[in-house]
Design a protein around this ligand. Sequence first.
Ligand code: CA
Length: 285
Amino acid sequence: MSASSTSNFLRKLFERIPLPVAIIIGVWAANGVLLPLYLQKWNSSSQSQVEVDSSALLEIDKGQQVPAVREKLPLTENLINFNSTAGEKLLFESEARADYLPLSIHFVTQTNQAFCGVASMVMVLNALDIPAPEAPEYKPYDIFTQKNFFNKQTDKIISAKKVSRQGLTLAELAGLLATYPVKTEVHHGGDLTLDEFRSLIVNNLGQTDNFVIVNYLRKAIGQETGGHISPIAAYDKDTDRLLILDVSRYKYPPVWVETEELWLATRTLDSVSNKTRGLVLVSDR
Ligand code: CA
């Protein structure tokens, strides 16, 4: 059948169909042919809208000179990166490293930028093998996490929300730990001589059933920049350096810092408590 004879056939066919039926057939044809064409067009224009939006965001980033991904920050020369030949050697030659293994097994990254104290306490409670609450995300297993650490008892000291805003003072850190079956000993940096500071830490690092959490000013050891909290894992006598397992693992690696530098960094004033920073020693009750 040629094109013209097909057209004649259709014309004659439509002349014989009543008008309402012709209208229904017309609408059906429009839905079947025109609607898919319309939807295809709409989808392609939506996709290009997303592309335009994302490139616009990239332009904003460029304008503000904010890199899309920020790498870890560089270390100043006074610090020895644990993740280096020198850093590794210091651990193997370390005179006090009983705390390294249990802490490293439970080493975690703080879940927000103010949770350094919470992450440190979670590491220590797990390292001490204190009975942990249920962790719904790991059901049926129990382990301390930065979420289940908080409960009605800890809320009486300070809420998770408040910690997220302002971090923790040394007293709040010890107060939170005291809601669990552990003993704590608080030492403010301003109350300790360098020898006392060193001997408290080194004695502890040689014993397996207790741990040291340090609260110091980052700026004082050449890091960016405010108050910070992390566990100490080992001591090297020859270099007189302490290994900090820094819980802000997105920002800095663990570092070996000179004892005197860390001592000075704990003798800085915490503006929230108006007291110097320092140490909390934590042990089984
Ligand atoms: Ca210890």
